[in-house]
Design a protein around this ligand. Structure first.
Ligand code: SF4
Length: 511
């Protein structure tokens, strides 16, 4: 049985043995050490926060054109949409020349609904969204409350589908279900697969019990022999899509960018491609396995095209599938020669400078490797979770590390980060726009690791990042002034404690 036959995807804790709590080191996780973080029990004795599934799920869903996001949840759930809307407007503008807000609604479940159930409210909201906006699709996204009180969004959707024009996509994001926020990607892909790519949910063919039975792949659609599904992520800007498209088209390939900012109506094209290539294995493994199993589309899920070495490995893997090894070798030779020449002016400034990186696991590790290539010395990494896909990246970093350094597997937890930063005192910190504050308040030069307006990926991304980092390092005055005028809310006792002391069954001792 495929996971897609289930109403909702499994938790990544079970499916991938993923975890969010480990304190170790690069040599512990990579190279000869290869110690799984599951020696820890995946919990902390104290935690400052977590990441709800809605955050990454809505970052994808809000970008889909002609789609209404209907949250079936309490009123506060999904308010991250307010900040994500800037990306929706910007992303739409750079792709189609149109500034358009995402459309998102909430059933705003209250105390009465918790007692009497919220299914009726959901029905009315779906009908109203369909009549008011006439969208191609409505994503019905459930938060914690319906999961707790037992609202069955799948049955509501199934019963209502014949009465509304929009395709209804149930998306299960009950926040309490898992601490591995990346499960949200599976939830969105699960919904896309079951409702937009499989015929039974689209035209009612061969339905058996519930929405689970009778799912039949689109039949008769031709294979597109030179088309590659380029899997994007919501944190990847158009500029990065264009860089990868440039490299793939140089190999004579057609590119189908999927699924962020892809129109739901055209998503079926992903089932016709000759190959799917991931840009982030954390993001894509669930869906690419499904595309291969169900539609025979092979996939590549190994490298993230950030940095010089990784971009080349990523591109080579694609070219090999199409017998274009010679062409790709020539492309990579030319790109690397131009890039190395362009980077020469920055090397004296970067060489020996220390850097700490914080992000989702694959991005953090690939960026760390790029920073090494630019001449920095990586001295610490915080990854938001850990799973098997990152093993190759840890191996690469363990092989190139000038010294062992700490790896903190943490779904945020700024108290661990501040403890590490106080000890390590890096020259530079790369993290999320909203995750740079602690480092900035310590006076460390910071740069954002995700910004959809800036280039990070491929050869262009390596150069642009270097240019931006040089600017930051030449004038870190703003953060220095912040440190002089702000106090962080932690005690000396905490700064004197081991940074991983709250992780149950502590890992490495590199700090
Ligand atoms: S964890 Fe639950 S209650 Fe909190 S925002 Fe997420 S879905 Fe809503």
């Amino acid at each position: 049985m495929s996971y897609m036959d289930l109403k909702s995807p499994p938790r990544r804790e079970e499916r991938l043995k993923a975890c969010i709590a480990h304190g170790g080191s690069v040599c512990d996780l990579g190279g000869k050490g290869k110690k799984s973080c599951l020696v820890d029990d995946g919990e902390r004795g104290f935690t400052q926060g977590s990441i709800c599934l809605l955050l990454p799920a809505l970052a994808m869903l809000n970008t889909l054109p002609d789609n209404v996001v209907l949250m079936h949840s309490a009123i506060g759930c999904g308010t991250c949409t307010h900040s994500q809307n800037a990306n929706v407007r910007f992303g739409g503008n750079v792709r189609w020349g149109k500034v358009k807000d995402g459309v998102w609604l909430s059933t705003a479940l209250n105390e009465t609904d918790v007692i009497s159930g919220g299914e009726e409210k959901l029905e009315q909201a779906i009908i109203e969204a369909d009549e008011r906006y006439h969208p191609f699709s409505i994503s019905v996204v459930s938060g914690c409350v319906p999961g707790i009180i037992g609202d069955d969004i799948d049955t509501v959707v199934k019963q209502l589908q014949p009465r509304v024009k929009a395709k209804l996509l149930p998306v299960h994001c009950e926040g309490f279900k898992t601490k591995i926020w990346a499960t949200a990607y599976d939830a969105v892909y699960h919904s896309i697969g079951r409702t937009l790519l499989e015929r039974s949910r689209v035209d009612g063919a061969e339905e058996g019990e519930g929405v689970d039975a009778g799912m039949v792949p689109y039949a008769g659609l031709e294979r597109l022999p030179r088309t590659v599904n380029l899997m994007n992520v919501s944190s990847m800007g158009r500029v990065d899509e264009l860089e990868l498209t440039r490299l793939l088209t140089a190999l004579g390939l057609e590119v189908n960018v999927f699924p962020v900012f892809a129109h739901p109506e055209g998503m079926v094209k992903a089932t016709q491609a000759a190959l799917s290539v991931s840009t982030c294995p954390t993001h894509d493994d669930y869906f690419l396995t499904y595309l291969e199993e169900r539609f025979g589309v092979p996939y590549l899920l190994k490298h993230m095209p950030i940095g010089i070495e990784n971009s080349g490995l990523w591109l080579r893997d694609v070219a090999r599938q199409f017998g274009a090894e010679e062409e790709v070798a020539a492309i990579i030779r030319k790109e690397e020669a131009e890039l190395q020449e362009a980077l020469a002016e920055f090397r004296p400034l970067f060489t020996g400078k220390t850097v700490f990186v914080s992000a989702g696991e694959f991005r953090a590790l690939a960026t760390a490797r790029l920073l090494e290539e630019l001449g920095f010395r990586v001295v610490g990494i915080r990854s938001f979770h850990h799973d098997e896909f990152a093993q190759g990246e840890y191996d690469k970093l363990a092989a190139t590390a000038q010294e062992d350094y700490p790896i903190d597997i943490a779904n945020v937890q700024p108290f661990e980060e501040v403890n590490l930063l106080k000890r390590i005192k890096p020259d530079l910190f790369l993290g999320h726009a909203n995750g740079n504050a602690t480092a900035a308040k310590l006076g460390i030069a910071t740069h954002v690791i995700y910004n959809t307006g800036l280039a990070y990926i491929g050869y262009r991304g390596a150069y642009d990042l270097a240019r931006r980092l040089a600017r930051q390092l030449k004038n870190p005055t703003y953060n220095r002034r912040l440190a002089e005028n702000l106090t962080l809310p932690y005690t000396d006792e905490w700064y004197g404690s081991h940074p991983f002391s709250y992780i149950n069954s502590r890992g490495g001792t590199t700090v």
